[in-house]
Ligand binder design. Sequence first.
Ligand code: ATP
Ligand code: MG
Length: 380
Amino acid sequence: MRKLLLVKYAPEIFLKGLNKGKFEKKLKENIKNVLGDSVYNFVVDQGRWFIECDNLESGVEKLKRVCGISEICIVDEIDSDMESIKKQALKSTFENHGKTFKVITKRANKSFPGTSMDVSREVGAYILQHTEKLAVDVKNPDFFVNIEIREKTYVYSKRIKGIGGMPYGTNGSTMLMLSGGIDSPVAGYMMARRGVKLNCVYFHSHPYTSERAKEKVKELANILKKYTGSIELYVVPFTKIQMSIIENCREDELTIIMRRFMMRISCDLACKHNINSVTTGESIGQVASQTMEGLVVSNDVADRPVFRPLIAMDKVDIMDVARQIGTYETSILPYEDCCTIFVPKHPKIKPRVEEIRKAESVLDIDALVKESVENTEVFN
Ligand code: ATP
Ligand code: MG
């Protein structure tokens, strides 16, 4: 008998018709990348992936973060005979704490005697005979005992949920505006989970924002990397732009004008690196610049789609996701970011495009953008 990992991918991928192969290929490549050298056998058997690897437990931990996987199970591979199946099925019930179970049999190997129902019934009876506290519940069991009969037979009852979504790298690319806060890493995760390749841009206002604030953003990108593989982080010098705005514009318009610069630069970098879109961690109404009017005014300077996956989420729900994906603890470290140090006391809540265009026209926008883009540092 040997133990293997059984990987099931998100049902959505099944629905891709002729394109299914493309998604499967990418997912397989991503799985091999995270498991590295520990994989020594990868068998595809009728839509099921069986992976033989060194350390199953750590394999599960890694696969739990692979976009596109819906479930991972550690399965026992045994000979396809009824005695072995019954014994193994009984053993697998010890891994669960539930009190009720249901046996589910899939008989891909049609030469195996009896129907799937026959096998389930016989195995169920055997489990009941050899345990004291378990009962069968076919409608709403605490756990399932799964039996898949193929050339060999696979038995498992513990199922570990994957993150679902689409294989990373199958749905275009985005430039994530990554600040040190709670929201933007969550926004990035949500896009990555849908298969969108991430690149990150961070606006750094040295010396108003410290080296540690930059390190914090790098650390956040590093955490996101667990879901994506390598990510490029563009660090844009932003001090000169902020100082020019402060010197030349009205205080209540500082934030919105600053946000337009961020948007322009993000689009410029995206264009330069062939990236289709921009993503932010904005959520409607969260702060003054995230009113409907504010979003309209910052979108005004974008030359490609801007995605805001958190737009309709409450802060508490965003925080939950941040904890789940492991970015929360880093996000709440207290290093100031470039927005918080230049916050006006009464920012405009309902800016208008015409008005802001006019207000910022006193600045040499193209030259400022160009200089920042040219002095951008890239980290991988
Ligand atoms: P977050 O928690 O992501 O920092 P926030 O609630 O602090 O968001 P804002 O500061 O208004 O909100 O920023 C809104 C969005 O703009 C952020 O989610 C992020 O996408 C982007 N952003 C803000 N500051 C920066 C920065 N210094 N570098 C890169 N992107 C930024
Ligand atoms: Mg912020």
